[in-house]
Design a protein around this ligand. Sequence first.
Ligand code: HEC
Length: 113
Amino acid sequence: MKLHLAFCSCLFFVLSACYYDKAEELYPNNYNQTDTSAATYAAHIAPLINTKCMNCHNTTAPILGDYSKLKIIIDNGSFNNRVMVQKNMPPSGLSISELSKIQKWLNAGALNN
Ligand code: HEC
């Protein structure tokens, strides 16, 4: 009986771990729904680009650095592809909360706000 219980609780943890993994895969852009604060270019996006992208993209194409340059790769889809979908830019990756802020800003129209 004891063994049975231990097996069940083990199975529970294994299954619940699987469940969370899959939820993230199924809804890759469903970042942190509880974060209701707005995301703006000046407060969130520009500082993030400066700290996470500019050490390379000051000399490596696409050259970033101001809103108009960032808007080019947003409009041609390569920002979304590399940062949000493939998640290989920056190569070190971004945190869920950083991705959440970016997604909100994109959803609101990627404004220069
Ligand atoms: C450690 C250096 C480094 C960092 C940091 C970095 N990148 Fe890159 N990035 C590169 C290199 C090198 C390439 C070109 C090779 C490639 O496409 O993988 C590239 C390519 C790209 C491309 C594809 C361009 C194209 O024409 O297809 C995009 C978009 C991009 N980076 C966006 C970003 C953004 C946005 C950030 C910050 C969130 C970032 N990168 C951070 C080095 C970096």
